[in-house]
Design a protein around this ligand. Structure first.
Ligand SMILES: [Fe+2]
Length: 163
């Protein structure tokens, strides 16, 4: 890995994000299928749609910057997704399992918020204004997802939403 310039650092963050979004896209589908609460399932499906948009934005950024986006694997996201899969496969009380899925999804979302925040800072510093705008849109979406998950966790989401 080469780490000589802020551009190198931006590229590393963008590749980590691209890998992360692709990894979580698959896991979210399984999480949505295993969710007991309708509200949680809908929130996870909405997260899938946002993730697809975020992947498209990253591809636009790579193209604009004439960078390759393949060949990287996010080790950080892999660990978080392993935790998601443990809860997907878990047996037990459905509402408790849903709460575990929300917590796992929050960890994923917080990881992405940090990565987007860092990439946005680097892009702005380097004068990549169009790229920064796209990163800001994705960061705003991640913050919305974060708030939605908090509301689900706080709001007794399972009260009347069983299958
Ligand atoms: Fe995302």
């Amino acid at each position: 890995m080469r780490l000589n310039t802020l551009r190198d650092l931006l590229l590393i963050q963008l590749k980590d994000l691209y890998s992360s979004e692709g990894q979580i896209l698959q896991a979210l589908q399984h999480m949505a299928e295993s969710a007991y609460s309708l509200d949680l399932r809908q929130a996870l499906i909405a997260h899938i749609k946002r993730t697809e948009h975020q992947i498209s934005r990253l591809e636009i950024i790579f193209e604009k910057m004439e960078m390759q986006h393949n060949g990287e694997w996010s080790e950080g996201m892999e660990g978080l997704i392993k935790e998601c899969r443990i809860y997907i496969r878990a047996e037990g009380e459905p509402h408790i399992k849903d709460t575990a899925l929300i917590t796992a999804a929050q960890k994923v979302d917080n990881y992405e918020i940090i990565c987007y925040s860092a990439a946005l800072t680097y892009a702005r510093e380097l004068g990549f204004d169009d790229e920064a705008q796209l990163l800001e849109e994705s960061l705003d979406e991640e913050n919305t997802i974060h708030k939605d998950l908090i509301n689900l966790a706080k709001g007794g989401f399972f009260s009347a939403q069983e299958q």
